[in-house]
Design a protein around this ligand. Structure first.
Ligand SMILES: *[C@@H]1O[C@H](CO)[C@@H](O)[C@H](O)[C@H]1NC(C)=O
Ligand SMILES: *[C@@H]1O[C@H](CO)[C@@H](O)[C@H](O)[C@H]1NC(C)=O
Length: 346
């Protein structure tokens, strides 16, 4: 009976085009080898996942799988580093408290961190139509703008969003600004990176211009890449679940604004941003992207890739090399920032 069901499923489910996996928290610290290389501390607090070779300085020539002793990611050949800023709650007395993270849906036992997607086609498209090129050693990219404070600023980037989750699996509607109401189960941020590569530069001075969006349409609609950036890569997406539940009992701003503030002071939410440093072992990512597989299986069988348990993921952590309080009730955000609502006063 069980076999019949599995076989029926296997026959019915067309080859999918998505891999989804979780990475537990490696460290929460003020380090940023991409934007502030060498700075200890960097400008603002981040939450980082992936290989434990993460450091304030990361030479693109170094082989991360060889430099790391473990990874906090479920795909055990992935020693990349993925990171975002962290969220703070601003109380009515002006003090800040860090909002912790949760494991995502189906990864509830994970210690915080974030969920990673690599897609060849639209997430809901169950047929693998496209072949996409994996990134390579030394590749890095960034998405978003830390100085964005308006919808117009944020609209330059596609799909950097928030969901105010009333249920654990709620994924819509998405907004580009912080939620202004209490969310029963927490807040999810989603970040989708651009998908067209210039084919030459592993990085660029602003960490974004070597990548571009499709010329027309979107990655999901199969939009073609511009001639300047002709190589179609995977769509990388992060999902981060912020555990805002305990802040629902506190007083919220009376003017209806959001009490949330990014660790660099943005109180609008428009400066949602993320960093990516590629570090997959050998051709492991290309193998996964070429395999016809569906995300619930994580392509383990189809691509001959290895998974590790959530227990092992949770064990891969790093001690912060910055000695400061980031978790108490704070008068200002680490690095000295205050909430910036972006209103221009005349
Ligand atoms: C980070 O870099 C410093 C300086 O090069 C080094 O001493 C330290 O061991 C590195 N940490 C890790 C986790 O690799
Ligand atoms: C500010 O408010 C928070 C939340 O009520 C409280 O826990 C904290 O102790 C307060 N801080 C100060 C400096 O009063």
């Amino acid at each position: 009976m069980r076999w019949t069901t599995l076989l029926a499923l296997a026959l019915a489910a067309p080859s999918g085009a998505v891999v989804r996996f979780h990475c537990s928290q490696l460290v929460v610290t003020r380090i940023d080898p991409l934007v502030n290389p060498g700075s200890i501390p960097s400008s603002h607090v981040h939450q980082i996942v992936g290989g434990d070779a993460f450091n304030a300085t990361m030479d693109p020539k170094k082989d991360l799988p060889a430099e790391s002793t473990c990874t906090s990611c479920q795909m055990s050949e992935d020693f990349s580093n993925y990171w975002t800023a962290v969220l703070y709650f601003r109380a009515q007395n002006g003090s800040y408290k860090r909002v912790p993270q949760l494991g995502n849906n189906q990864f509830e036992k994970a210690n915080g961190g974030l969920t990673i997607y690599y897609m060849q086609d639209a997430i809901y498209d169950q047929t693998q139509k496209s072949k996409v090129q994996a990134f390579q050693q030394g590749f890095r990219m960034f998405i978003g703008d830390v100085s964005a404070r308006s919808l117009q600023d944020a609209a330059r980037f596609r799909q950097l969003t928030y969901v105010c989750m009333d249920t654990w699996t709620m994924r819509a509607p998405e907004t580009m600004a912080f939620p202004t109401r209490k969310c029963k189960e927490g807040v999810m941020t989603s970040l989708r990176f651009p998908t067209c590569w210039d084919g030459k530069n592993l990085d660029s001075p602003d960490h974004t211009s070597h990548m571009a969006y499709p010329e027309t349409g979107t990655f999901e609609s199969g939009g073609p890449c511009p001639v300047s950036h002709p190589v179609r890569t995977a769509q990388v997406m992060y999902e981060v679940v912020w555990d805002t539940k305990k802040f629902n009992d506190l007083e919220w701003p009376k003017d209806g604004s959001s009490p949330f503030v990014w660790s660099f002071g943005d109180a609008t939410g428009y400066a949602n941003h993320a960093d990516y440093v590629f570090g997959w072992k050998g051709d492991a990512l290309q193998r996964i992207l070429d395999a016809p597989c569906w995300f619930n299986t994580n392509c383990q069988k189809e691509s001959n890739s290895k998974l590790q348990s959530i227990d092992l993921m949770n064990k891969c952590t790093q001690k912060s090399i910055v000695n400061e309080d980031i978790d108490g009730w704070l008068d200002s955000l680490p690095g000295g920032y205050q909430a910036d609502h972006g209103h221009t006063t005349v």
